[in-house]
Write a protein that binds this ligand. Structure first.
Ligand SMILES: Cc1ncc(C[n+]2csc(CCOP(=O)(O)OP(=O)(O)O)c2C)c(N)n1
Length: 700
């Protein structure tokens, strides 16, 4: 950066930012003005001097990414987007946090240009920001691996602001630890240390030296204090800018720059007061703030036109940077036509040629009757797809061998020197990610990879530990991004590890998350087709693959029908002549029990249709006609078979249906015994079918 200058117009732009923030909260009657006011000069300086962005093309691929991890201070970003010219109007501030407004209480992905992700659940912005850096580096490896550092059109920086709350959350530690290992030199976290949180002084909850903690993670750290040695307060933007410029020289480590601020400064009566955190300041304080800032206390939503015009010049700088980048990018395209074609494909989200063939080949290697765990079939699917989709990469939270998530032949995504006896091949562009035992970080980082690059990540763990990952799953669902969660060991059939490791309520809990598509394939045929449809569908929903630890028979019926059937979410696997007496609906490892039960029932003159239900969400996306054809309303005798709570099934069971389910925590025994003792048997399915038929008859 050239010599730092700060003019009166810059100061006036910051003053206007503070007043706008106070007015927006005052007008709405709620919001978080405190830190948004005190952080204004910092975020202004970032947007004006450091972040590479083009307000006229917010999606410019070469831009830096900015993430406001403490999403409650959304206004600090909205005001800078306004000052930069992102199309936000003054009127939008008048509708801040209201149903008809664009400026949501917390930044929401897709809501307005310039917001890279949804933030608000503290810590996740910081952690996903680190994921953005993972994605940036892997994508560079695919497209421009040999360019010297900082010269590739795919190089950019990730800027993150975070407060004490973000740094208290364990997720920031999980992800920051990984960022240190990965030496992510393009990550810049600005830590707003105002020593206040909702309950007041942070002393009661955050005692350690955060900078030392980050140093221990392998980060570059620095501190700038706006609180002067004599106790006075000076928004020393030059010191801040100098610290950032200095940090930018260090490219082999992530950066944490602590800035000591006073909340809501210089609002009279509210400066350094926790009441400014999440409530309006009150008319008197707002008027006082404006007076201190040299603005008219009787006016609201004040625009200092000169200062605004000055701030908007950032668009010209952005345009110039963009034009520079275009040159670099076009030169790269010309020199690398194959890679340019790859970029075009992955950027547009298209599947590669040979995608279907790769999966067909995998299926051709299967034999009906073989007993194969669906986690193994998932590993086959991942590896088949990885051969044709270089943008596919991922790993596990220290369970790679169990989850079958390793891409064979892939190097570890780690500095080249970080090889181990177990993982002898490491590369900063490797496609095997080691998250360590950090499920939540895995979820947030894969979310960040998806948001920050054109690559396609996945992350695996035991289904039981989806609990540890859940807040990231929810955020993926809220943003509606196609993250892929690979969760194996899906029932009491896990066996001897016992109830702590046996999911019971998890299918219900995950199906309760809107937008999340939960897929539980019956066998290896359905598993391959589930992966095929996830990628082919490409409709942006996050998806969870729920897979068995134990072997399950590959069925002749799925061999014949899964290719067409799985994508419908539920399909007729075994049918009857004429209308069935009863419908058996089953998922995953219980489908073969339903098939056995149907055969036995047929021998007794009872016509049972078996419906395999790999995904209730995919089924719900079908037309009413299709759904009626699979589950005709006229057939009221129904059974659901699933090794977990019955809760999601009542809608489909109706009044007379009977669930075969597990309504208690699991058992200590081996998997097969557990399943038997807890009622997951063909005999039990048969009994439930007869009971349902009787219930229908009794009601006539
Ligand atoms: C995971 C999570 N827990 C709780 C909250 C509620 N919350 C919002 S802001 C905040 C305090 C944050 O303190 P700090 O980061 O210091 O922000 P400041 O008060 O300085 O604005 C809390 C607890 C949240 N948004 N996310």
């Amino acid at each position: 950066m050239s010599e730092f200058t700060w003019s009166d117009l810059d100061q006036r732009a910051v003053n206007m930012s503070k007043a706008l923030t106070a007015d927006a909260v005052e007008n709405t009657g709620s919001g978080h003005p405190g830190s948004a006011i005190s952080l204004a000069p910092v975020v202004y300086t970032l947007y004006q001097r450091f972040i590479k962005h083009d307000p006229n093309d917010p999606q410019w691929a070469g831009r830096d990414r900015f993430i406001l991890s403490g999403g409650h201070v959304s206004l600090v970003q909205y005001v800078q987007l306004y000052l930069s010219g992102y199309g936000i109007t003054l009127d939008d501030f008048r509708h801040f946090r209201s149903l008809d407004g664009k400026l949501t209480g917390h930044p929401e992905y897709g809501q307005i240009p310039g917001i890279e992700m949804t933030t608000g659940p503290l810590g996740q912005g910081l952690a996903s920001g680190i994921g953005f850096a993972y994605g940036e580096r892997y994508q560079r490896g695919l497209l421009d691996p040999d360019a010297p550092e900082g010269t590739s059109p795919f190089d950019h920086k990730i800027w993150i602001t975070a407060g004490e709350g973000d740094l208290e959350e364990g997720i920031s530690s999980e992800a920051s630890s990984l960022a240190g290992i990965e030496k992510l030199g393009n990550v810049f976290v600005i830590f707003d240390a105002n020593h206040l949180q909702i309950e007041g002084d942070t002393k009661v909850a955050l005692a350690e030296d955060v900078l030392k903690r980050y140093e221990a993670y392998g980060w570059y750290t620095d501190e700038v204090s706006f609180i002067q040695p004599d106790g006075s307060y000076k928004e020393d933007v030059k010191a801040f800018a100098d610290a950032i410029s200095k940090a930018e020289q260090v490219t082999d480590r992530p950066h944490l720059i602590k800035v000591d601020t006073l909340m809501a400064w210089p609002t009279p009566g509210k400066t350094d007061d926790p009441s400014a955190h999440g409530s309006k300041l009150g008319a008197e304080a707002v008027a006082g703030l404006k007076k201190v800032l040299g603005l008219d206390p009787d006016k609201s939503f004040i625009v200092d036109e000169e200062a605004l015009a000055h701030a908007r010049e950032v668009a010209q700088r952005g345009e110039a940077a963009h034009a520079e980048w275009d040159k670099k990018y076009n030169a790269w395209r010309e020199a690398n036509p194959d890679k340019a074609a790859l970029y075009d494909r992955i950027h547009s989200g298209k599947l590669p040629e040979g995608f279907d063939e790769a999966l067909d080949k995998a299926v051709a290697g299967f034999n009906a009757g073989d007993k194969v765990a669906t986690r193994n079939a998932s590993g086959v699917a991942i590896n088949a797809i990885a051969k044709v989709m270089p943008e596919l990469w991922g790993g596990s939270a220290d369970l790679a061998g169990s989850n079958k998530t390793t891409i064979n032949g892939g190097a570890s995504f780690d500095p080249a020197t970080d090889t181990t006896k177990q993982w002898p091949d490491a590369s900063p562009y490797g496609r095997v990610i080691h998250f360590g035992v950090r499920e939540f970080a895995m979820g947030t980082i894969t979310n960040g990879i998806l948001l920050g690059s054109d690559t396609r990540p996945f992350g695996g763990t035991f289904f039981i530990f989806s609990d540890y990952e859940r807040p990231a799953v929810r955020l993926a669902a809220l943003m509606d991004i196609p993250n892929l969660f690979v969760w194996t060991h899906d029932s009491v059939a896990v066996g001897e590890d016992g109830p702590t490791h046996q999911p019971i309520e998890h299918l219900t809990a995950m199906r309760a998350i809107p937008n999340l598509e939960v897929v539980r394939p019956a066998d290896e045929y359905e598993t391959i087709e589930a992966y095929r449809w996830f990628f082919e569908k490409n409709n942006s929903h996050p998806t969870a693959m729920i897979l068995t630890r134990q072997g399950v028979p590959a069925l002749a019926e799925t061999a014949a029908k899964a290719r067409e059937g799985v994508r419908h979410g539920a399909y007729i696997l075994v049918d009857t002549e004429g209308e069935p007496d009863v419908i058996l609906m089953a998922t995953g490892s219980e489908v073969h029990l339903a098939v056995e039960a149907a055969k036995s029932l047929a021998g007794q003159g009872i016509k049972a249709r078996v419906v395999s239900v790999p995904s209730l969400e995919w089924f719900e996306e079908q037309t009413p006609e299709y759904r009626e054809s699979v589950l005709p309303a006229s057939v009221k005798a129904r059974v659901s078979v699933e090794a977990g709570l019955a809760m999601p099934w009542y809608k489909y069971l109706g009044e007379y249906g009977k669930p075969v389910s597990i309504e208690r925590f699991g058992l200590q025994g081996d998997g097969a015994t557990n399943m038997k003792v807890l009622g997951m048997t063909a005999e039990h399915v048969e009994d439930a079918a007869k009971a349902s038929i009787e219930a229908v008859k009794a009601a006539r």
